[in-house]
Design a binder for this molecule. Structure first.
Ligand code: GLN
Length: 557
C-alpha cells in the first residue's frame, strides 16, 4: 500500500462533507461465520426504528459473483429479489421482514460488483492514466457504495453489515473501507459493532473468551477498535466474563452485549433491548433518544406466535428441501401468517423427487395443505406435477409459487385437457403442447446473470374471484424471478376447462394468477408473494392459505 493510499482522496473529502447527516453503524463478524449478523443488524435496526428513527440496512458480500443470482441455493440459500429487480442475499429478506421497509440494489453489494465498476471505469479511461489499485480505487468504490444510501437524505441511521469474518482475505478491502469511513466521519458519526462467539466447553463447563480476544486483536491490526461487542453464546455471560471481555478487548463494560441463543429470531430485538444495545449505540453516536422504543405491535405478534390456538401441517414440496435456507422467505411467511391466524404451522419438507404415483398418497394424504415451491431445471419436476394432481383431485388446499404455478398448468393440461405430452419447455423443449414457454425476448438472451424477468410488476385481479377476495384489491404489485410464462395460446382452452387466469399483467397480458373452479382453495401465482411478507404485514395469500388449511383440517376431523 503506497502512502497516497492512506490519504483521503478528493472524492472521500467531498463525500465527508455531503454525507454527514446519517449516522453509520458497521457490523463485522469474528471467530466463525453463521453467527447471525443479519439478525443482529435487523434487530438493532428494529429498535432504532421503534424509537422513531428512519433506518436502512445494507450488506456487503465479499464474493466475486456480481450478485447471488447465479448461485445454486445449496451454496448460499435463497436468492432474495427486491422491488427494483436486484437479485440479493437472503439477509435483505430479514431486513425487510423486521423493519417493514423495501430495499433495493443499493442495499447489497458484492466484491464482484465493486471490481466490475472499477474495471469498467478503467476501460473508459476515467482514471486518467493512474495505476488502478485496491487502495484507494477499490476502497473508494466501496465507500461510494456505503454512502450511496445516504444521498436521499431520508435515513437517520444506515447499518452496514460486512459479510464473512474478520481475517478472511476477501473481506480486507471492506474492513479497510470501514476504517477510512470512521476516520472520515469521526466517532460521533460512525461506530463498529463486532459480533463474535463465546464458545462453551462442556467438559470444562466454561465459557471461553480467548477466540473473541484474538478476533478483536485481528480487527485492531487493521486499525479498527470495535465500539461494541455482541457476543453469541449458549449460556448467560457472568459479570466476571463480561469484565474479562471488556478489559482484554478494550471496550466499556456496558458495551459487552450478550446475544444468547433465542427460541425464534423474532425474539432477538427484545433480547437486544434487554441488553440495551440500542441505548449504547445512541450514547456512542451522541444521539438524543426521541422516545423509548415502541414495540407494542411486535409484542402482539410474539404473543400470537408463542400461544397458538390451532395447528396445521402444510407440505412444502421442493427440490432443495435438505437446506431450508433455500426457502427462507416462504418459511418466514408461514410464521407471519400462522401468528396472524393464531395457528402453529408445521412445515413438512418434502423432496419432489420422492413423489410418484405409488408414494403420493402416503406422503401427501394426511396434510392440511400443500405448497409447491419455486425452482429451476427439470429435476424433481414430475414429482411436483404428481403432487398437484393429487391435491387437485382430493381437494386439498394448494398454493403454487412460480414453478409451482407452472406445474399446476402443466398438470391441468395433461390430466384435464388430456394433452398427453403437455409440458413446460424448461422440462421438454420439444413438447407438442408448450403450455408454459419462454417469452420471445428471453430466447435471445445468452447471459445467465440478471437476465430473468425480475422485480415488481403490476397485476390486475378480476373481481369476484378467490384471489380478489384474498387481496381485497384489484391492482397489486408483486415480485418476479423467472424466464418461462403461461402460454396464452392455450388460455381459452384451459379456462374453459375450469382453470381460470384471474390475475393478468395489464401491460403485457402475461398470466400472473390462476385458480381452479370447484376446488376449495387452489391458487397458482407466477410471482413470489413470500418476498413481501413482513412481521407487521403478513402476506394475504399466506394468511388465507393457512386459513384454508385450518378449514380443511376441521372438515376432515
Ligand atoms: N424455472 C421457472 C422459470 O424460470 C420458474 C422459476 C421460479 O420458480 N422462480 O420460469
Amino acid at each position: 500500500m503506497g502512502i497516497e493510499g492512506q490519504l483521503p482522496t478528493f472524492a472521500t473529502k467531498f463525500l465527508r462533507l455531503r454525507m454527514s447527516s446519517a449516522k453509520y453503524i458497521f457490523v463485522t463478524g469474528g471467530v466463525t461465520s453463521s453467527l447471525g449478523k443479519g439478525i443482529i443488524s435487523a434487530s438493532l435496526g428494529k429498535l432504532l426504528q421503534a424509537r422513531g428513527f428512519s433506518v436502512t440496512i445494507q450488506k456487503f458480500d465479499p464474493y466475486i459473483n456480481i450478485d447471488p443470482g447465479t448461485l445454486n441455493p445449496y451454496e448460499h440459500g435463497e436468492c432474495y429479489v427486491t422491488d427494483d429487480g436486484a437479485e440479493t442475499d437472503l439477509d435483505l429478506g430479514h431486513y425487510e421482514r423486521f423493519l417493514n421497509i423495501t430495499t433495493s440494489q443499493a442495499n447489497n453489494v458484492t466484491t464482484g460488483r465493486i471490481y466490475n465498476n472499477v474495471i469498467t471505469k478503467e476501460r473508459k479511461g476515467e482514471y486518467l492514466g493512474k495505476t488502478v489499485q485496491v487502495v484507494p480505487h477499490i476502497t473508494d468504490e466501496i465507500k461510494r457504495n456505503i454512502f450511496l444510501l445516504s444521498e436521499s437524505g431520508k435515513y437517520d441511521f444506515i447499518i452496514t453489515e460486512i459479510g464473512g469474518s474478520v481475517g478472511d482475505i476477501e473481506s480486507l478491502p471492506f474492513v479497510e473501507a470501514v476504517r477510512q469511513v470512521r476516520w472520515d466521519l469521526g466517532s460521533n458519526n460512525a461506530l463498529v459493532i463486532h459480533l463474535t462467539l463465546i464458545p462453551y466447553l462442556s467438559a470444562a463447563k466454561e465459557l471461553k473468551t480467548k477466540p473473541t480476544q484474538h478476533s478483536v486483536k485481528e480487527l485492531l491490526s487493521y486499525g479498527i477498535q470495535p465500539d461494541i461487542l455482541v457476543c453469541r453464546t449458549e449460556h448467560a455471560l457472568s459479570m466476571e466474563i463480561r469484565k474479562k471481555l471488556a478489559l482484554f478487548c478494550n471496550v466499556n463494560l456496558n458495551s459487552v452485549i450478550e446475544a444468547i441463543d433465542a427460541e425464534t429470531i423474532y425474539d432477538v430485538p427484545m433480547l437486544m433491548r434487554k441488553e440495551k444495545l440500542d441505548e449504547r449505540v445512541l450514547a456512542k453516536l451522541k444521539v438524543t433518544p426521541k422516545h423509548e422504543p415502541d414495540l407494542e405491535q411486535w409484542k402482539v405478534f410474539l404473543g400470537k406466535l408463542k400461544n397458538p390456538i390451532n395447528e396445521v401441517t402444510i407440505g412444502l414440496v421442493g427440490k432443495y428441501v435438505t437446506l431450508p435456507d433455500a426457502y427462507k422467505s416462504i418459511a418466514e411467511a408461514f410464521i407471519h401468517a400462522g401468528a396472524e391466524n393464531d395457528c402453529k404451522v408445521h412445515l413438512k419438507w418434502i423432496s419432489s423427487e420422492d413423489i410418484h404415483k405409488d408414494t403420493v398418497k402416503n406422503i401427501l394424504g394426511n396434510l392440511d395443505a400443500v405448497l409447491v415451491a419455486p425452482g429451476f431445471g427439470e429435476r424433481g419436476l414430475e414429482g411436483k406435477i404428481e403432487a398437484i394432481k393429487f391435491v387437485r383431485e382430493h381437494k386439498i388446499p394448494f398454493l403454487g409459487i412460480c414453478l409451482g404455478m407452472q406445474c399446476a398448468v402443466v398438470e391441468f393440461a395433461r390430466n384435464v385437457l388430456h394433452l398427453a405430452d403437455a409440458s413446460t419447455t424448461e422440462l421438454n423443449p420439444k413438447t407438442k403442447h408448450p403450455v408454459i414457454d419462454m417469452m420471445e425476448e428471453q430466447k435471445k438472451i445468452t447471459n445467465k446473470g440478471g437476465t430473468m424477468r425480475l422485480g415488481a410488476y403490476t397485476c390486475k385481479i378480476k373481481k369476484g374471484t378467490k384471489a380478489f377476495h384474498v387481496y381485497g384489491d384489484s391492482i397489486i404489485q408483486e415480485r418476479h424471478r423467472h424466464r418461462y410464462e403461461f402460454n396464452n395460446k392455450y388460455l381459452d382452452q384451459i379456462e374453459e376447462a375450469g382453470l381460470k387466469a384471474v390475475g393478468i399483467n395489464p401491460d403485457t397480458n402475461l398470466v400472473e394468477i390462476v385458480e381452479l373452479k370447484d376446488h376449495p382453495w387452489f391458487i397458482g401465482v407466477q410471482y413470489h408473494p413470500e418476498l413481501k411478507s413482513t412481521v407487521l404485514n403478513p402476506h394475504p395469500l399466506f394468511v388465507k392459505f393457512v386459513e384454508a388449511a385450518m378449514i380443511h383440517k376441521k372438515s376432515n376431523s
